[in-house]
Design a binder for this molecule. Sequence first.
Ligand code: FES
Length: 159
Amino acid sequence: MSLHANAEEVISITSEIVQELQSLEGPMLPILNEIQDHFGFVPQDSLPVIADKLNLSKAEVHGVVSFYHDYRSEPAGDHVVKICRAEACQSMGVNALSEKLLSLLGIGWGETSENGKVTVEATYCLGLCACAPAAMVDGKLVARLDDAKIEALAKEVSQ
Ligand code: FES
């Protein structure tokens, strides 16, 4: 992940990624995934390159990026907490737990704490509905969230 790439590097790396994947059927998402894996987010400078090579308008590419919650427009914090906001987790009280976490961290959905330690994002079903409410912290699943787990989590990701 290179967070400090300048526009020229972004354009050149994006071109390489597009070139490698554009022959796939439905290449847009694989391209965006690869770009986010590389940079940690989808840089604005990548969008015209993708649009140009796939013969789309920049607005179309932008529309796809903003439709999918998983794509970030800025680098994430050191820790990434994804909280499931889909139905099963909602019915098990995830809304109140998320509000608690966000207020302990002093941020809103999709935001990164000022010290750059943590980003909290929404996700929609982690396949852990039977153990709702669920979250993913730095790629690891966390099941049966409750007040104590939220407090411990807030502490852990703030360090
Ligand atoms: S609804 Fe939250 S894990 Fe499925």
